[in-house]
Design a protein around this ligand. Structure first.
Ligand code: GAR
Length: 230
């Protein structure tokens, strides 16, 4: 095959991947959502966000969605009598958009196994720790209290085990002496806004999948800490 022909084939292969659709779930500020919106606008990610759903009416992520012309929905978990009922409603709402990918961007709720299994393989989360360390809440303070030299964030596929699904990518920051949890969180979040769009880009290019509870990138099973350069 000539070089020109090879290039044409590559280009046509890329164009065959259709634009993916994404639903983003938020509970708060939505800075990760904004990073994804911006990366799509800059054509770094070939996708469209078809809805943003929040469980908190005050979530600034809803405003960010509206500003970007994305349908913004609020489903109040307090109006449901059980976790199962809320998750059923949420799953029905997401299914109406039939997304290729569901992105949890600071969505501060634990899901029922039924919800997770329904969306298995197309549910990504970002968690502010170097998993498997510090699952759950208050991760920055816990890292400081433990005297860690480094802390960070992880993007992972969601499985029924809380913050326990296979890691795709981690990003580390040093923990400085005298640094408080707020300062550390800000530095971790700067990393989050770089790494989450990158992982979503991989997914939207059909390069990233979950297979048998492992994260697989470019047909390679990723190690426990996910993809890392070097
Ligand atoms: C992010 O730091 C994210 O890692 C964390 O919430 C923040 C949301 O920020 N997620 C969790 O703690 C999930 N367990 P944002 O609303 O500005 O994107």
């Amino acid at each position: 095959m000539t070089e020109q022909k090879a290039q044409e084939t590559q280009i046509s292969d890329k164009t065959q991947i259709s634009k993916k659709t994404i639903v983003v779930l938020v509970s708060g500020n939505g800075s990760n959502l904004q990073a994804i919106i911006d990366n799509i606008a800059q054509q770094r990610i070939n996708a469209k966000i078809t809805a943003v759903i929040a469980n908190q009416g005050s979530a600034y992520g809803l405003v960010r969605a509206e500003n970007a012309g994305i349908p913004a929905l609020f489903i109040d978990h307090k109006s449901f009598s059980s976790r199962e009922e809320y998750d059923t409603k949420l799953a029905l709402c997401i299914d109406e958009f039939n997304p290729d990918l569901i992105v949890l961007a600071g969505f501060m709720r634990i899901f029922t196994p039924t919800f997770v299994e329904h969306f298995q393989g197309r549910l990504l989360n970002i968690h502010p720790s170097l998993l498997p360390k510090y699952k759950g809440l208050h991760t920055h303070q816990r890292s400081i209290d433990a005297g860690d030299d480094e802390h960070g964030a992880s993007v992972h596929f969601v499985t029924p085990e809380l913050d326990g699904g296979p890691v795709v990518l981690q990003s580390k920051v040093p923990v400085f002496e005298q640094q408080d949890a707020q300062e550390l969180a800000e530095r971790v979040q700067q990393q989050e806004r770089q790494m989450y769009p990158l992982v979503i880009k991989w997914f939207c290019e059909d390069r990233l999948k979950m297979f048998e509870n492992k994260a697989v990138l470019d047909n390679q099973i990723l190690a426990e800490g996910g993809y890392a350069i070097g």
